[in-house]
Design a protein. Structure first.
Length: 473
Protein backbone atom coordinates (compact mmCIF):
# COMPACT_ATOMS: atom_id res chain seq x y z
CA UNK A 1 0.00 0.00 0.00
CA UNK A 2 1.30 3.46 -0.86
CA UNK A 3 2.13 5.55 2.20
CA UNK A 4 1.82 9.33 2.11
CA UNK A 5 4.55 11.38 3.81
CA UNK A 6 3.67 14.88 5.00
CA UNK A 7 5.93 17.85 5.67
CA UNK A 8 7.53 18.23 9.09
CA UNK A 9 6.84 21.71 10.40
CA UNK A 10 7.14 23.05 13.95
CA UNK A 11 7.77 19.58 15.42
CA UNK A 12 4.71 17.99 13.78
CA UNK A 13 3.69 16.26 10.59
CA UNK A 14 1.85 18.79 8.40
CA UNK A 15 -0.38 17.86 5.47
CA UNK A 16 0.20 19.98 2.36
CA UNK A 17 -2.07 23.03 2.19
CA UNK A 18 -2.93 22.18 -1.40
CA UNK A 19 -3.89 18.61 -0.46
CA UNK A 20 -1.88 16.92 -3.19
CA UNK A 21 1.02 14.47 -3.16
CA UNK A 22 3.80 13.57 -5.58
CA UNK A 23 4.81 10.03 -6.62
CA UNK A 24 8.27 8.54 -6.08
CA UNK A 25 10.02 5.71 -7.90
CA UNK A 26 12.62 3.05 -7.01
CA UNK A 27 15.12 3.41 -9.88
CA UNK A 28 16.56 -0.07 -9.28
CA UNK A 29 13.21 -1.68 -10.21
CA UNK A 30 11.21 1.18 -11.81
CA UNK A 31 8.47 0.34 -9.27
CA UNK A 32 6.45 3.21 -7.76
CA UNK A 33 7.23 4.04 -4.12
CA UNK A 34 5.55 6.13 -1.42
CA UNK A 35 4.14 9.59 -2.04
CA UNK A 36 5.40 12.89 -0.66
CA UNK A 37 3.54 16.09 0.14
CA UNK A 38 3.42 18.48 -2.80
CA UNK A 39 4.42 21.67 -1.02
CA UNK A 40 3.33 25.17 -1.97
CA UNK A 41 4.21 28.71 -0.92
CA UNK A 42 1.59 28.39 1.86
CA UNK A 43 3.51 25.48 3.39
CA UNK A 44 6.77 27.40 3.06
CA UNK A 45 5.22 30.34 4.88
CA UNK A 46 4.12 28.08 7.76
CA UNK A 47 7.56 26.51 8.07
CA UNK A 48 9.43 29.81 8.02
CA UNK A 49 6.99 31.25 10.57
CA UNK A 50 7.66 28.36 12.96
CA UNK A 51 11.40 28.48 12.35
CA UNK A 52 11.54 32.23 12.97
CA UNK A 53 9.57 31.82 16.21
CA UNK A 54 11.81 29.04 17.56
CA UNK A 55 15.19 30.45 16.58
CA UNK A 56 15.82 33.31 19.08
CA UNK A 57 15.54 31.06 22.11
CA UNK A 58 17.82 28.48 20.47
CA UNK A 59 20.41 31.17 19.75
CA UNK A 60 20.42 32.23 23.42
CA UNK A 61 21.50 28.75 24.52
CA UNK A 62 25.20 28.13 25.08
CA UNK A 63 27.25 26.27 22.50
CA UNK A 64 27.52 23.41 24.99
CA UNK A 65 23.73 23.13 25.29
CA UNK A 66 23.20 23.21 21.54
CA UNK A 67 26.02 20.70 21.14
CA UNK A 68 24.35 18.37 23.62
CA UNK A 69 21.18 18.28 21.52
CA UNK A 70 23.16 17.77 18.32
CA UNK A 71 24.86 14.77 19.93
CA UNK A 72 21.40 13.35 20.53
CA UNK A 73 20.54 13.77 16.84
CA UNK A 74 23.75 11.89 15.96
CA UNK A 75 22.79 9.13 18.40
CA UNK A 76 19.31 8.83 16.90
CA UNK A 77 20.81 8.53 13.38
CA UNK A 78 23.07 5.73 14.59
CA UNK A 79 20.19 4.00 16.38
CA UNK A 80 17.99 4.16 13.26
CA UNK A 81 20.76 3.60 10.71
CA UNK A 82 19.21 0.47 9.21
CA UNK A 83 15.84 2.19 8.72
CA UNK A 84 17.40 5.32 7.22
CA UNK A 85 19.53 3.19 4.88
CA UNK A 86 16.42 1.39 3.69
CA UNK A 87 14.57 4.67 3.02
CA UNK A 88 17.54 5.86 0.96
CA UNK A 89 17.77 2.53 -0.82
CA UNK A 90 14.21 2.53 -2.12
CA UNK A 91 14.57 6.12 -3.29
CA UNK A 92 17.96 5.78 -4.98
CA UNK A 93 18.73 2.07 -5.48
CA UNK A 94 22.19 2.57 -3.96
CA UNK A 95 24.28 -0.41 -2.86
CA UNK A 96 24.65 -1.26 0.86
CA UNK A 97 28.27 -0.12 1.37
CA UNK A 98 27.47 3.30 -0.04
CA UNK A 99 24.29 3.62 2.03
CA UNK A 100 26.15 2.71 5.22
CA UNK A 101 28.87 5.27 4.47
CA UNK A 102 26.33 8.04 3.83
CA UNK A 103 24.28 7.38 6.95
CA UNK A 104 27.38 7.07 9.14
CA UNK A 105 28.67 10.33 7.74
CA UNK A 106 25.29 11.98 8.41
CA UNK A 107 25.73 11.19 12.11
CA UNK A 108 29.37 12.30 11.92
CA UNK A 109 28.31 15.81 10.83
CA UNK A 110 26.19 16.20 13.95
CA UNK A 111 28.92 14.81 16.23
CA UNK A 112 31.60 17.00 14.72
CA UNK A 113 29.64 20.27 14.99
CA UNK A 114 28.32 19.30 18.44
CA UNK A 115 31.95 19.25 19.52
CA UNK A 116 33.52 22.15 17.65
CA UNK A 117 30.76 24.62 18.52
CA UNK A 118 32.00 24.47 22.11
CA UNK A 119 35.42 25.68 21.00
CA UNK A 120 34.06 28.51 18.85
CA UNK A 121 34.46 32.06 20.10
CA UNK A 122 34.73 35.68 19.10
CA UNK A 123 37.86 37.63 19.94
CA UNK A 124 38.90 40.73 21.81
CA UNK A 125 40.65 43.46 19.84
CA UNK A 126 43.31 45.47 21.64
CA UNK A 127 42.82 49.16 20.79
CA UNK A 128 44.97 50.37 23.68
CA UNK A 129 43.70 51.64 27.02
CA UNK A 130 40.32 53.30 27.24
CA UNK A 131 38.14 50.80 25.41
CA UNK A 132 36.97 47.23 25.47
CA UNK A 133 36.31 45.89 21.96
CA UNK A 134 35.24 42.38 21.07
CA UNK A 135 33.42 40.35 18.41
CA UNK A 136 30.33 38.19 18.72
CA UNK A 137 29.36 35.37 16.34
CA UNK A 138 25.65 35.69 15.67
CA UNK A 139 23.37 33.40 13.65
CA UNK A 140 21.51 34.54 10.53
CA UNK A 141 18.14 33.44 11.94
CA UNK A 142 16.37 31.14 9.49
CA UNK A 143 18.52 29.21 6.99
CA UNK A 144 16.99 27.75 3.82
CA UNK A 145 18.70 24.50 2.74
CA UNK A 146 17.81 23.22 -0.75
CA UNK A 147 19.34 19.80 -1.34
CA UNK A 148 19.70 17.34 -4.26
CA UNK A 149 19.03 13.64 -4.71
CA UNK A 150 22.45 12.10 -5.02
CA UNK A 151 23.39 11.93 -1.31
CA UNK A 152 20.03 13.00 0.12
CA UNK A 153 20.27 12.62 3.90
CA UNK A 154 23.98 13.20 3.95
CA UNK A 155 23.76 16.54 2.15
CA UNK A 156 20.88 17.67 4.34
CA UNK A 157 22.95 16.87 7.46
CA UNK A 158 25.99 18.60 6.00
CA UNK A 159 24.01 21.85 6.06
CA UNK A 160 21.80 21.21 9.11
CA UNK A 161 24.52 20.35 11.62
CA UNK A 162 26.65 23.51 11.32
CA UNK A 163 23.62 25.78 10.77
CA UNK A 164 21.93 24.51 13.95
CA UNK A 165 25.20 24.50 15.90
CA UNK A 166 25.66 28.19 15.03
CA UNK A 167 22.21 28.99 16.48
CA UNK A 168 20.04 29.10 13.36
CA UNK A 169 16.73 27.38 12.64
CA UNK A 170 16.58 25.51 9.31
CA UNK A 171 13.94 24.85 6.68
CA UNK A 172 15.06 22.04 4.37
CA UNK A 173 13.67 21.57 0.87
CA UNK A 174 14.95 18.14 -0.18
CA UNK A 175 14.86 16.89 -3.76
CA UNK A 176 11.35 15.73 -4.66
CA UNK A 177 12.95 12.42 -5.75
CA UNK A 178 14.44 11.58 -2.36
CA UNK A 179 12.62 13.46 0.42
CA UNK A 180 11.44 10.71 2.73
CA UNK A 181 14.67 10.09 4.67
CA UNK A 182 14.98 13.80 5.50
CA UNK A 183 11.37 13.99 6.74
CA UNK A 184 11.99 10.88 8.82
CA UNK A 185 15.14 12.35 10.34
CA UNK A 186 13.28 15.54 11.30
CA UNK A 187 10.75 13.46 13.21
CA UNK A 188 13.50 11.43 14.89
CA UNK A 189 15.32 14.62 15.86
CA UNK A 190 12.13 15.99 17.46
CA UNK A 191 11.67 12.75 19.37
CA UNK A 192 15.29 13.02 20.52
CA UNK A 193 14.52 16.41 22.08
CA UNK A 194 15.47 18.96 19.40
CA UNK A 195 13.08 21.88 20.11
CA UNK A 196 10.12 22.28 17.74
CA UNK A 197 10.60 24.61 14.80
CA UNK A 198 14.37 24.26 14.47
CA UNK A 199 14.44 21.52 11.83
CA UNK A 200 11.56 21.78 9.37
CA UNK A 201 11.14 19.95 6.08
CA UNK A 202 8.88 21.13 3.27
CA UNK A 203 8.79 18.69 0.37
CA UNK A 204 7.84 19.38 -3.23
CA UNK A 205 9.23 20.83 -6.42
CA UNK A 206 11.82 23.54 -6.85
CA UNK A 207 9.51 26.19 -8.31
CA UNK A 208 6.71 25.54 -5.78
CA UNK A 209 8.88 25.24 -2.65
CA UNK A 210 12.56 26.06 -3.31
CA UNK A 211 12.01 29.43 -4.97
CA UNK A 212 9.50 30.83 -2.44
CA UNK A 213 11.70 29.56 0.40
CA UNK A 214 14.81 31.36 -0.86
CA UNK A 215 12.67 34.46 -1.54
CA UNK A 216 11.06 34.59 1.91
CA UNK A 217 12.09 37.87 3.56
CA UNK A 218 12.64 36.12 6.90
CA UNK A 219 15.26 33.75 5.49
CA UNK A 220 18.72 35.09 6.36
CA UNK A 221 20.91 32.72 4.39
CA UNK A 222 20.48 30.25 1.54
CA UNK A 223 22.49 27.07 1.13
CA UNK A 224 22.09 25.10 -2.06
CA UNK A 225 23.54 21.92 -3.54
CA UNK A 226 22.59 21.01 -7.08
CA UNK A 227 22.95 22.07 -10.68
CA UNK A 228 24.62 25.21 -12.01
CA UNK A 229 21.36 26.45 -13.57
CA UNK A 230 19.39 26.24 -10.31
CA UNK A 231 22.37 27.64 -8.40
CA UNK A 232 22.41 30.74 -10.63
CA UNK A 233 18.64 31.16 -10.19
CA UNK A 234 18.85 30.97 -6.39
CA UNK A 235 21.95 33.17 -6.28
CA UNK A 236 19.99 35.86 -8.15
CA UNK A 237 17.17 35.64 -5.62
CA UNK A 238 19.65 35.86 -2.74
CA UNK A 239 21.43 38.78 -4.42
CA UNK A 240 18.17 40.67 -4.88
CA UNK A 241 17.46 40.23 -1.19
CA UNK A 242 21.11 40.94 -0.25
CA UNK A 243 21.46 37.74 1.74
CA UNK A 244 24.45 35.41 1.41
CA UNK A 245 24.32 32.05 -0.29
CA UNK A 246 26.48 28.95 -0.31
CA UNK A 247 26.43 27.18 -3.66
CA UNK A 248 27.77 23.65 -4.14
CA UNK A 249 27.39 22.97 -7.87
CA UNK A 250 28.70 20.60 -10.48
CA UNK A 251 32.11 19.34 -11.48
CA UNK A 252 34.24 17.66 -14.14
CA UNK A 253 37.20 17.03 -11.93
CA UNK A 254 40.65 15.77 -13.02
CA UNK A 255 42.38 12.63 -11.77
CA UNK A 256 46.02 13.14 -12.76
CA UNK A 257 48.30 10.09 -12.87
CA UNK A 258 52.06 10.35 -13.46
CA UNK A 259 54.12 7.40 -14.70
CA UNK A 260 55.84 7.06 -11.29
CA UNK A 261 52.52 6.66 -9.43
CA UNK A 262 51.27 3.52 -7.73
CA UNK A 263 49.24 2.48 -10.79
CA UNK A 264 47.18 -0.11 -8.90
CA UNK A 265 45.88 2.48 -6.48
CA UNK A 266 45.39 5.10 -9.20
CA UNK A 267 43.42 2.59 -11.30
CA UNK A 268 41.28 1.71 -8.27
CA UNK A 269 40.52 5.42 -7.76
CA UNK A 270 39.43 5.73 -11.40
CA UNK A 271 37.17 2.67 -11.14
CA UNK A 272 35.66 4.02 -7.93
CA UNK A 273 34.82 7.29 -9.76
CA UNK A 274 32.64 5.35 -12.21
CA UNK A 275 31.14 2.94 -9.68
CA UNK A 276 30.32 5.28 -6.78
CA UNK A 277 26.66 6.24 -7.23
CA UNK A 278 27.15 5.44 -10.93
CA UNK A 279 29.16 8.64 -11.27
CA UNK A 280 26.31 10.75 -9.90
CA UNK A 281 28.64 12.57 -7.54
CA UNK A 282 29.51 16.24 -7.89
CA UNK A 283 33.11 15.55 -6.79
CA UNK A 284 33.60 12.59 -9.17
CA UNK A 285 37.02 12.78 -10.86
CA UNK A 286 35.70 11.92 -14.31
CA UNK A 287 38.64 13.19 -16.39
CA UNK A 288 41.49 10.69 -16.11
CA UNK A 289 44.68 12.47 -17.24
CA UNK A 290 47.53 9.99 -17.64
CA UNK A 291 51.22 10.50 -18.49
CA UNK A 292 51.55 9.24 -22.06
CA UNK A 293 54.13 6.52 -21.29
CA UNK A 294 51.66 4.65 -19.04
CA UNK A 295 48.37 5.81 -20.58
CA UNK A 296 47.51 2.66 -22.52
CA UNK A 297 48.56 0.36 -19.68
CA UNK A 298 46.52 2.21 -17.07
CA UNK A 299 43.49 2.49 -19.34
CA UNK A 300 43.64 -1.27 -20.04
CA UNK A 301 43.60 -1.94 -16.28
CA UNK A 302 40.70 0.43 -15.69
CA UNK A 303 38.69 -1.00 -18.59
CA UNK A 304 39.25 -4.58 -17.38
CA UNK A 305 38.18 -3.62 -13.84
CA UNK A 306 35.01 -1.72 -14.83
CA UNK A 307 33.97 -4.65 -17.05
CA UNK A 308 33.94 -6.81 -13.90
CA UNK A 309 31.46 -4.49 -12.13
CA UNK A 310 27.98 -5.94 -11.63
CA UNK A 311 24.86 -3.73 -11.57
CA UNK A 312 23.06 -3.78 -8.24
CA UNK A 313 26.11 -5.34 -6.55
CA UNK A 314 28.97 -2.95 -7.28
CA UNK A 315 27.03 0.11 -8.36
CA UNK A 316 23.50 1.49 -8.32
CA UNK A 317 21.15 2.84 -10.98
CA UNK A 318 20.69 6.27 -12.52
CA UNK A 319 18.22 8.27 -10.45
CA UNK A 320 15.45 9.01 -12.97
CA UNK A 321 14.28 8.01 -16.40
CA UNK A 322 15.06 11.57 -17.58
CA UNK A 323 18.67 11.41 -16.33
CA UNK A 324 19.02 7.88 -17.79
CA UNK A 325 17.89 9.19 -21.18
CA UNK A 326 20.27 12.13 -20.86
CA UNK A 327 23.26 9.80 -20.35
CA UNK A 328 22.20 7.60 -23.29
CA UNK A 329 21.81 10.71 -25.40
CA UNK A 330 25.36 11.69 -24.44
CA UNK A 331 26.50 8.30 -25.80
CA UNK A 332 24.63 8.87 -29.06
CA UNK A 333 26.10 12.36 -29.51
CA UNK A 334 29.61 11.12 -28.71
CA UNK A 335 29.29 8.28 -31.22
CA UNK A 336 28.04 10.75 -33.82
CA UNK A 337 31.22 12.79 -33.27
CA UNK A 338 33.22 9.69 -34.27
CA UNK A 339 34.32 8.51 -30.83
CA UNK A 340 33.68 4.90 -29.76
CA UNK A 341 33.89 3.87 -26.12
CA UNK A 342 36.67 1.53 -24.97
CA UNK A 343 33.94 -0.14 -22.93
CA UNK A 344 30.26 0.51 -22.13
CA UNK A 345 28.37 3.25 -23.92
CA UNK A 346 24.97 1.59 -23.54
CA UNK A 347 22.30 0.46 -21.11
CA UNK A 348 21.74 -3.24 -20.29
CA UNK A 349 19.68 -5.22 -22.80
CA UNK A 350 19.01 -8.08 -20.37
CA UNK A 351 19.89 -9.40 -16.89
CA UNK A 352 19.49 -7.54 -13.59
CA UNK A 353 20.74 -4.29 -15.12
CA UNK A 354 17.80 -4.17 -17.54
CA UNK A 355 15.23 -4.21 -14.75
CA UNK A 356 16.32 -0.89 -13.32
CA UNK A 357 17.83 2.31 -14.69
CA UNK A 358 21.36 0.92 -14.93
CA UNK A 359 23.94 2.06 -17.43
CA UNK A 360 27.11 0.16 -18.28
CA UNK A 361 30.23 1.71 -16.77
CA UNK A 362 31.80 3.53 -19.69
CA UNK A 363 35.32 4.61 -20.60
CA UNK A 364 36.25 6.81 -23.56
CA UNK A 365 40.02 6.54 -24.10
CA UNK A 366 42.35 9.12 -25.61
CA UNK A 367 39.67 11.81 -25.92
CA UNK A 368 40.38 15.20 -27.51
CA UNK A 369 39.97 17.86 -24.80
CA UNK A 370 37.55 19.99 -26.83
CA UNK A 371 34.87 17.26 -27.16
CA UNK A 372 31.69 17.74 -25.09
CA UNK A 373 32.21 14.41 -23.31
CA UNK A 374 35.55 15.75 -22.02
CA UNK A 375 34.05 19.06 -20.87
CA UNK A 376 30.43 18.60 -19.79
CA UNK A 377 29.28 16.96 -16.59
CA UNK A 378 27.50 13.74 -17.60
CA UNK A 379 26.37 12.70 -14.09
CA UNK A 380 26.55 9.04 -15.05
CA UNK A 381 29.16 6.22 -14.96
CA UNK A 382 31.37 7.79 -17.61
CA UNK A 383 35.13 8.33 -17.53
CA UNK A 384 37.21 10.02 -20.24
CA UNK A 385 40.97 9.56 -20.48
CA UNK A 386 43.43 12.09 -21.88
CA UNK A 387 47.19 11.48 -22.27
CA UNK A 388 49.71 14.20 -21.33
CA UNK A 389 53.47 14.77 -21.48
CA UNK A 390 55.01 16.29 -18.34
CA UNK A 391 53.87 18.44 -15.48
CA UNK A 392 52.99 21.60 -17.40
CA UNK A 393 50.66 19.84 -19.82
CA UNK A 394 49.08 17.92 -16.94
CA UNK A 395 48.33 21.16 -15.15
CA UNK A 396 47.01 22.89 -18.27
CA UNK A 397 44.61 20.01 -18.95
CA UNK A 398 43.57 19.76 -15.30
CA UNK A 399 42.60 23.45 -15.28
CA UNK A 400 41.01 23.40 -18.75
CA UNK A 401 37.49 23.26 -17.34
CA UNK A 402 34.74 25.69 -16.42
CA UNK A 403 34.47 23.75 -13.13
CA UNK A 404 36.81 23.57 -10.16
CA UNK A 405 35.51 21.31 -7.45
CA UNK A 406 38.14 18.62 -6.80
CA UNK A 407 41.55 17.50 -8.03
CA UNK A 408 43.25 14.16 -7.49
CA UNK A 409 46.97 13.72 -8.17
CA UNK A 410 48.92 10.47 -8.15
CA UNK A 411 52.73 10.49 -8.25
CA UNK A 412 55.67 8.79 -6.56
CA UNK A 413 57.22 12.27 -6.31
CA UNK A 414 55.40 13.84 -3.39
CA UNK A 415 56.84 17.30 -4.01
CA UNK A 416 55.43 17.17 -7.55
CA UNK A 417 52.06 16.12 -6.11
CA UNK A 418 52.08 19.14 -3.82
CA UNK A 419 53.23 21.46 -6.63
CA UNK A 420 50.21 20.37 -8.66
CA UNK A 421 47.97 20.73 -5.59
CA UNK A 422 49.10 24.36 -5.29
CA UNK A 423 48.25 25.16 -8.90
CA UNK A 424 45.09 23.14 -9.59
CA UNK A 425 42.07 25.47 -9.54
CA UNK A 426 39.78 23.53 -7.22
CA UNK A 427 38.45 23.76 -3.69
CA UNK A 428 40.16 20.55 -2.59
CA UNK A 429 42.98 18.41 -3.97
CA UNK A 430 43.84 14.89 -2.81
CA UNK A 431 47.41 13.70 -3.39
CA UNK A 432 47.86 9.93 -3.56
CA UNK A 433 44.34 9.33 -2.25
CA UNK A 434 44.54 11.66 0.77
CA UNK A 435 41.23 11.53 2.68
CA UNK A 436 38.56 14.23 2.41
CA UNK A 437 36.24 13.98 5.40
CA UNK A 438 33.68 15.80 7.56
CA UNK A 439 36.62 17.76 9.03
CA UNK A 440 37.94 19.03 5.67
CA UNK A 441 36.35 22.14 4.14
CA UNK A 442 34.58 21.47 0.85
CA UNK A 443 33.45 23.77 -1.94
CA UNK A 444 34.08 25.02 -5.42
CA UNK A 445 36.19 27.32 -7.53
CA UNK A 446 34.80 28.71 -10.80
CA UNK A 447 31.42 27.27 -11.92
CA UNK A 448 31.49 24.72 -9.09
CA UNK A 449 30.16 27.43 -6.79
CA UNK A 450 31.24 29.36 -3.71
CA UNK A 451 31.12 29.16 0.05
CA UNK A 452 32.39 26.24 2.06
CA UNK A 453 30.62 23.29 3.63
CA UNK A 454 32.22 20.92 6.18
CA UNK A 455 35.09 21.67 8.55
CA UNK A 456 35.23 24.58 10.96
CA UNK A 457 34.71 26.85 7.92
CA UNK A 458 31.05 25.83 7.61
CA UNK A 459 30.40 26.77 11.21
CA UNK A 460 31.71 30.24 10.40
CA UNK A 461 29.59 30.41 7.22
CA UNK A 462 26.43 30.11 9.28
CA UNK A 463 27.34 33.00 11.61
CA UNK A 464 27.94 36.69 11.07
CA UNK A 465 30.45 38.72 13.01
CA UNK A 466 29.35 41.67 15.12
CA UNK A 467 31.87 44.03 16.68
CA UNK A 468 31.00 45.57 20.05
CA UNK A 469 33.14 48.41 21.36
CA UNK A 470 32.80 50.09 24.74
CA UNK A 471 34.48 53.29 25.81
CA UNK A 472 35.78 52.92 29.36
CA UNK A 473 35.82 56.67 30.03
P1 LIG B 1 18.80 20.51 -9.35
O1 LIG B 1 19.47 21.84 -9.35
O2 LIG B 1 17.82 20.23 -10.39
O3 LIG B 1 18.06 20.25 -7.97
C1 LIG B 1 18.65 20.47 -6.70
C2 LIG B 1 17.59 20.97 -5.76
O4 LIG B 1 17.13 22.23 -6.23
C3 LIG B 1 16.36 20.05 -5.66
O5 LIG B 1 15.86 20.08 -4.33
C4 LIG B 1 15.38 20.73 -6.61
O6 LIG B 1 14.03 20.47 -6.32
C5 LIG B 1 15.71 22.19 -6.38
N1 LIG B 1 15.31 23.05 -7.48
C6 LIG B 1 15.24 22.73 -8.79
N2 LIG B 1 14.77 23.77 -9.50
C7 LIG B 1 14.55 24.77 -8.62
C8 LIG B 1 14.05 26.10 -8.74
N3 LIG B 1 13.67 26.61 -9.93
N4 LIG B 1 13.96 26.86 -7.62
C9 LIG B 1 14.35 26.36 -6.43
N5 LIG B 1 14.79 25.12 -6.25
C10 LIG B 1 14.91 24.32 -7.33
O7 LIG B 1 20.01 19.48 -9.32
P2 LIG B 1 19.90 17.90 -9.18
O8 LIG B 1 19.46 17.38 -10.50
O9 LIG B 1 19.10 17.56 -7.98
O10 LIG B 1 21.42 17.50 -8.88
C11 LIG B 1 22.35 17.27 -9.90
C12 LIG B 1 23.34 18.40 -9.99
O11 LIG B 1 23.75 18.82 -8.71
C13 LIG B 1 24.60 18.02 -10.71
O12 LIG B 1 24.94 19.03 -11.62
C14 LIG B 1 25.65 17.92 -9.60
O13 LIG B 1 26.94 18.20 -9.98
C15 LIG B 1 25.17 18.87 -8.59
N6 LIG B 1 25.56 18.44 -7.25
C16 LIG B 1 26.54 19.15 -6.62
C17 LIG B 1 26.97 18.76 -5.35
C18 LIG B 1 28.04 19.52 -4.61
O14 LIG B 1 28.21 19.34 -3.43
N7 LIG B 1 28.79 20.40 -5.24
C19 LIG B 1 26.39 17.67 -4.74
C20 LIG B 1 25.38 16.99 -5.41
C21 LIG B 1 24.96 17.39 -6.68
Amino acid sequence: MTVRHDHWIGGKAAAPAGGSYLPTLDPSTREPGDEIAAGSPVDVDRAVTDAAAAQPQWARRSGAERGELLHRVADVIDAHAAELMELERVATGKIATQLRFEVEQSAAYFRYYAGVVRARHGRTIDLGGGSHTYTRLEPYGVVAAITPWNLPLNQACRALAPALAAGNAVVVKPSELTSISTVRLARLASEAGLPDGLFNVVTGTGPEVGTPLAADPRVGRVTFTGSVATGRHLARIAADRLVPATLELGGKSPLVVFADADLDRAAAAAVSTVATNSGQVCSATTRLLVEASVHDELVARVVAAVERLTPGVDFGPIITEAQYRKVLDFFARTLASGLRPATGGAAYADGPGAKGLYIRPTVYAGVAPHLPVAREEVFGPVLVTLPFEGEDEALALANDSEYGLVGSVWSGDVARGLRLAERIEAGQVAVNGGPLTVETPFGGYKASGYGREKGIEALHEYARVKTVSLSLY
